[in-house]
Every structure is written in structure tokens, then in C-alpha cells.
Design a protein around this ligand. Structure first.
Ligand code: HAM
Length: 425
């Protein structure tokens, strides 16, 4: 049996190189695109009062019912690790921003859901999220969808599909649920046990149940839009029209409802063909939530970062990592090790990545470590070089070794890297 003290918790994984660098590149592209759209960054706590999620996502949702990591702290407070980012953002907006203001925010960070771990499904995962706080307006939804598509494109993803639908305005939700129950009633016994339970608690979820028997029943239902008011139908028609005008491609998915209760009007999912069963790279939509006595309306989305990375790998489009360590400093003797620390800082001041050994080692071991790190040059010093105030420069590519005055070492390194085309100017 594996030793628990060196195992990570199931569904929660370390991110090491090269993935860690890829994620940083993706995050940079995401942040840059958001800034281009005029968004500000927000960082909310990982832990919130449990009630915030229960009230905003909906008590009957799977996330709240089954998937939250909830606990009571020493002060008897009911808390939870955040399962998603929207609720925390809305709490911030309700407490800190005037109701008259439209607010555009983006966030990046870990989320936690106690789901069964499998490919594309983790218990700790990461989201790149966007929330635009504004009243319902098809133009705002289209702007948010444009940002959804542009973020993914700018992160290098190409073969994704955007699926769109509407849940109608908030006044329609009751009618929608009633209509669905009426039409499903006759076939209730043909549904899976989970959906039979959902019939009362969360009838909309039956629409996107993946079980075959439920798919058959749902397939015979009228289109969701038929249950909605004229106003709701006009709203989504306008969204489609604006997207067409902007050249944004989408597919109408008349059964798409999404798993969180706060959604109204436009909802969407971005899917990728390389992902298998968990094929949603991102999900979003318009919402309306009451937080602290204030009704907050907005539109947003969240990209699942692990799934995005998987999709990029399938497209052979994993990001290029820009920075590599070019130079290593090797020392023979304590005096040279300390002098090397100083020289390393001068080299780094020129924005050249360089490595010093963290312990005293043979020169051979230091050269091996430099090779392994992918360095092009090794600067070598011992007692003799220190006395003569020189540095030996070894080119790991050609094996050639030269010597230069210590005072010129930084410039010489810069010149040699530029010559080899590997340095950054
Ligand atoms: P969501 O659909 O629950 O929406 O999650 C968004 C994305 O997070 C999913 O499409 C998926 O890529 C990723 N994701 C969700 N659960 C997991 C998991 N267990 N493991 C790995 N990835 C996962 C939301 O969270 C909403 N807050 C989105 C939103 C923002 N709607 C409006 N504003």
C-alpha cells in the first residue's frame, strides 16, 4: 500500500515542468486578452461561507448537494472550499461596488469539487474566469462570447465548438420547469433513478443526463424555447443575430441547460473533440443572483485549465516555453563559489538566466548538471582563476574552452549567446 505521507490526495495533483511553464504561458495569454477587453483582475478567497454557494448556485444542484468540500471551523462557522468562481465575485461586487456601475472582472485560480476523479475531472482544478456585471442585454452577451472565443484562440486552441442555448428570463423558469414536468410525467418510470429524483428537485438537469434511457425520453420533448415567453425568445434571437454579424460561429444546442441554477437567458459550453467524455473546455452564460439583499445580474464564463491543456496537446499546440537557462557557473573551492554568486547576479541583471550549484561538487558533476539543465555556456573558476582575475568559458555545444578577464565576463557571455542566436537581447 502506498505511503499516505508521500501521496497527494486523490484528484489533486502536483503541476511540474513542463506543464507548469505551459500553464504560465496560457495564463499570460488569458490575462492579456482580458486586459484588451478592459477587464480588471480580482482575487477572491479560496474559502467562503458555505451558504454563499448554496444560495447562489442553488441548493438542489449536484455541486452543492454532493461535490462541495465543506467543513465547520473552530469558530463554528460553516465554510467551504470554493467549487467555482462566480459566487465569490458576486459577493465582492455586492459588498464593494455601487449598484449603478457595470463591472468587468477576470480571475484565475484553483477550484475544488468532490467528483469522481477521471480523465479531465479533478478534485482540485483551475479556472480562467470572466464576469461582466451588467443588466440583461444581448449586446453584452455577444461581447462576452467574443471574449470567450478570443481567449481560447489567443491561447492557441483551434478546433473547438461553441454550443449555445437559452433558459429564458427568470420569470420563465417556473413555466419551463412546470412544462417539462408535465411533458415528462408520462415517461417518468423510463428515466434513470437519478433523474427520477431530479424530476422534483431539479427537473432541468434531466435534459443533459448522459444515460441512454433518459436521452430517449428527452429526445421526444419539444424544443426548450417552446416553453419560454415571447420576450425570452426575442432575446436569444437577437444574440444569435449579433453573433452572426460578428462572424462568430456557434451551434444551437436546444437541450443545453448547464448545471448551476443561477443561469437565465443565454447559456453556452465550449467543447473540444479531443477530450472524450468530459469534453467541455469552458462553460458560461448569463445569470441573476441575490447576494446580501442585492440582485446582481451579469454574464460570464470559466475555462477549465487542465482540460484546455489536454485539448491543446491533442492539437499538438502546447505552448512554447520561452525561458531556458543559458549559463551555468561552476566553481572549484569555496572562494570561487562565493565570487560566482556575485557574477551570477550581474549576468541575471542582463536578463540572462543562469544557474549556480547549491552545494560543493566536483567540476565533472557540475558540468553534468549544466548539460542536464540545457545550458549553452559554463563559466568556470577555481583558486588559480580567482588569483589571475579571469574566467574560463566552456561552450557545451562545441566543447571549446576559452579564457577572458573576469571584468569582461558578462559582456562576453552576452556576445556569445547573441552570436549563437539563443540569447535574448
Ligand atoms: P462549470 O461549467 O461548472 O461552470 O465549469 C467551467 C469549466 O471548468 C468546465 O467547462 C470544465 O472545463 C472545468 N471543470 C469543471 N469541473 C471540473 C473538474 N472537476 N475537473 C476539471 N475541470 C473541471 C462554472 O464553474 C461557472 N462558474 C462558469 C461561469 C462563470 N458562468 C458564468 N460565469
Amino acid at each position: 500500500m502506498a505511503n499516505n505521507s508521500i501521496r497527494s490526495v486523490p484528484g489533486m495533483a502536483d503541476v511540474s515542468e513542463p506543464e507548469a511553464s505551459w500553464l504560465r504561458e496560457l495564463e499570460n495569454a488569458f490575462v492579456e486578452t482580458c486586459r484588451c477587453y478592459g477587464l480588471e483582475e480580482l482575487r477572491t478567497p479560496l474559502v467562503e461561507f458555505r451558504d454563499l454557494f448554496a444560495k447562489s448556485l442553488g441548493d438542489a444542484t449536484d455541486v452543492v448537494q454532493k461535490e462541495m468540500f465543506s467543513f465547520t471551523d473552530a469558530g463554528e462557522r460553516e465554510l467551504a472550499l470554493r467549487p467555482e468562481g462566480t459566487a465569490g465575485v458576486l459577493r465582492y461586487v455586492a459588498s464593494e461596488r455601487p449598484a449603478t456601475e457595470d463591472v468587468r472582472l477576470f480571475y484565475v485560480g484553483p477550484m475544488f469539487r468532490r467528483e469522481r476523479p477521471q480523465a479531465g475531472r479533478r478534485r482540485q482544478f483551475h479556472q480562467f474566469g470572466v464576469e461582466m456585471i451588467c443588466s440583461p442585454d444581448p449586446v453584452a452577451d455577444a461581447e462576452c462570447l467574443a471574449l470567450q472565443v478570443d481567449t481560447l484562440r489567443n491561447m492557441g486552441l483551434q478546433k473547438f465548438g461553441l454550443k449555445l442555448n437559452t433558459r429564458g428570463q427568470i420569470e420563465d423558469i417556473g413555466r419551463l420547469q412546470e412544462g417539462l414536468r408535465r411533458d415528462l410525467q408520462a415517461n417518468l418510470s423510463a428515466l434513470c433513478p437519478d433523474c427520477q429524483r431530479r424530476f422534483q428537485s431539479n427537473v432541468l438537469r434531466i435534459l443533459d443526463c448522459k444515460r441512454e434511457e433518459c436521452g430517449r425520453v428527452v429526445g421526444a420533448l419539444p424544443r426548450l424555447e417552446n416553453y419560454l415567453s415571447e420576450e425570452s425568445r426575442r432575446y436569444i434571437a437577437r444574440v444569435y443575430e449579433i453573433l452572426n454579424g460578428m462572424g462568430i460561429r456557434y451551434e444551437v444546442e436546444p437541450r443545453l441547460v448547464r448545471g448551476l441554477d443561477y443561469y437565465v437567458h443565454t447559456v453556452w459550453e465550449v467543447v473540444h473533440p479531443g477530450l472524450g467524455a468530459q469534453d467541455a473546455v469552458s462553460g458560461g452564460g448569463r445569470y441573476e443572483v441575490e447576494v446580501g439583499g442585492r440582485r446582481i445580474q451579469g454574464v460570464g464564463f470559466a475555462i477549465g485549465v487542465e482540460r484546455l491543456l489536454l485539448a491543446l496537446k491533442r492539437e499538438q499546440a502546447a505552448p512554447q516555453t520561452e525561458r531556458r537557462t543559458e549559463v551555468a557557473l561552476a566553481a572549484v573551492g569555496e572562494g570561487a563559489r562565493i565570487e560566482n554568486l556575485k557574477l551570477a547576479r550581474e549576468i541575471r541583471a542582463r536578463d540572462i538566466a543562469c544557474l549556480v550549484g547549491l552545494r560543493s561538487q566536483s567540476l565533472k558533476a557540475q558540468l553534468r548538471a549544466a548539460q542536464k539543465a540545457g545550458c549553452r555556456l559554463v563559466l568556470i573558476r577555481g583558486e588559480d582563476e580567482l588569483r589571475r582575475n579571469v574566467v574560463r568559458i566552456k561552450d557545451l555545444g562545441s566543447g571549446e574552452e576559452t579564457e577572458c578577464p573576469a571584468t569582461e565576463a558578462v559582456l562576453e557571455v552576452q556576445r556569445r549567446l547573441a552570436e549563437g542566436g539563443a540569447g535574448r537581447s
